[in-house]
Design a protein around this ligand. Structure first.
Ligand code: PHE
Length: 467
């Protein structure tokens, strides 16, 4: 497809909000707070922040610049830069293709809980076994997932500026306000435990914010760093083809250095606030034990129980909370869908409508299979990293643990040693922008990032073990 017919963001703010919309997702809400509470509170926050302004910045800059430089989506972008490295683009496109179906299944669960709370049935969702019986039901999870998928499809079909940019400009500011409001409420919680002690949100805040270095060993610190690094990549939507795709829609005149700083800031700020929203509430009601859960069991099992203990206000709190999670999941899912759709458009020269409908059908078929993975196709497979799972977990494992690290390492080697960092720096500073972290970028992309990500890869796949 010729460059002229590709969509484009109208301005930098639209790009920043769309990219932040992709970055701010379930990872910020259901994983970051738990990792921080588990991995030494303030210590984790500090480690994460340092990694964000070094590793996160390096990979985000690289991907957005590759996109804008080539004006191509992932599948064809690398090939345009260098024929020999085109395979990274193929992997960058496979990742969102595999993530889309299971992300929309989880999106369907969020949609279900949102409707439950909005219609005042929160009480039922707090009962034991509610979540389990919902996801193992025959029809309902499939229906909710397909509705979620269809909404993403509608936004993507409307195009880059009228669909993605516009929806992000509406949803992201609302999300930000909601996170702040919920966090504020959470800090003011006071709850009396059975033994009479009164625990407040501020007690939970201490667990979250104060660095806990008690009994910290070098191995323990190493684990915190690898946890933070894994979380960072997922959270910034790196190595999923997304930032290349969105980068390809960034106008040439936009100041990329500034936009990238803003995306980093937005994503980290929401993750941080999500912690203030979740850790104090969970701690006040369930203590340290409550903080041992993350992922689906945190937001679909523990939190509804907590909301219901809050009395009448819990219903409102729950509805706002799930609306927020829904917006976060929606803008992320839209970005995954767009990465695949734009790859189809660029590669096969088909219209946006055709590419979207084609991908929606493929994603829907796999999504149904993912839902059936909890029902008639139920099985338990032990994955190489030790976790036990079904179809959803297998897709998650292949993408997050295998493909994404390989893509990130290969991208660093390609930029550092074949294209050379100058190729990216030129793109970033082409309007005369000041690139203050230029030296850092070069050292990171050539040496530090590929080596560290390799270590992360070896650990998360279980090839390398440490005590
Ligand atoms: N970055 C998102 C998050 O933090 C995750 C995501 C996954 C986004 C897949 C897009 C695609 O949750």
């Amino acid at each position: 497809m010729s460059d002229k017919n590709r969509g484009s963001f109208k301005g930098s703010i639209g790009f920043v909000l769309a990219a932040a919309g992709s970055a701010v997702g379930l990872g910020n809400i259901w994983r970051f707070p738990y990792l921080a509470a588990r991995d030494g509170g303030g210590l984790f926050l500090l480690v994460y922040l340092i990694l964000a302004v070094t590793f996160g910045f390096t990979l985000l800059t690289s991907e957005v610049a590759i996109g804008r430089k080539t004006k191509q989506s992932p599948l064809t972008a690398y090939k345009k830069l260098n024929k020999k490295w085109g395979w990274i683009g193929v992997l960058q496109c496979i990742v969102p293709f595999l993530i889309m179906p299971y992300y929309c299944v989880i999106g369907g669960w969020v949609l279900k809980y949102f409707t439950v709370f909005v219609t005042g049935q929160g009480m039922a969702s707090a009962e034991d076994g509610y979540f389990g019986s919902f996801i193992t039901a025959n029809v309902s999870p499939i229906v909710f997932s397909l509705i979620f998928l269809a909404v993403c499809g509608l936004i993507v079909i409307m195009g880059v500026s009228s669909g993605i940019e516009k929806s992000s400009k509406i949803l992201m500011p609302i999300l930000f306000v909601m996170v702040i409001a919920v966090a504020f409420y959470s800090l003011n919680i006071e709850h009396q435990w059975e033994d009479g002690t009164i625990v407040s949100g501020l007690d939970g805040l201490q667990i979250y914010m104060i660095p806990n270095v008690e009994g910290l060993t070098p191995g323990g610190l190493f684990k915190i760093v690898t946890d933070a690094l894994g979380q960072l990549f997922f959270s910034l939507s790196i190595a999923m083809g997304i930032m290349i795709t969105y980068g390809s829609y960034v106008p040439d005149e936009a100041n990329m250095v500034k936009s990238i700083n803003q995306i980093e800031f937005f994503d980290t700020a929401v993750a941080f606030l999500a912690g203030i929203m979740i850790v104090p509430a969970v701690y006040a009601f369930n203590g340290m034990e409550g903080l041992e859960k993350s992922g689906p069991s945190l937001i679909f099992v523990s939190l509804p129980k907590i909301f219901m203990q809050m009395g009448l206000f819990g219903h409102v709190f729950g509805a706002i909370f799930f609306a927020m999670v829904l917006f976060a999941a929606l803008t992320s899912a839209v970005s995954i869908l767009e990465a695949v759709v734009s790859s189809f458009i660029d590669k096969f020269d088909v219209s946006r409508n055709k590419a979207t409908v084609g991908e929606l059908i493929l994603a829907a078929v796999i999504a149904v299979a993912v839902c059936l993975g909890y029902n008639m196709w139920y099985f338990e497979l032990t994955l190489p990293n030790g976790s036990v799972g079904q179809i959803l977990d297998i897709l998650d494992y292949i993408t997050n643990y295998c493909l994404m690290p390989v893509i990130a390492i290969a991208t660093c080697i390609f930029i550092g040693w074949s294209l050379k960092p100058d190729g990216i720096i030129e793109e970033v500073t082409k309007n005369g922008e000041k690139f203050s972290r230029k030296g850092l970028y070069i050292v990171m992309v050539r040496f530090i990032a590929p080596v560290f990500i390799l270590v992360l890869f070896l650990i998360s796949t279980g090839i390398l073990k440490f005590k």
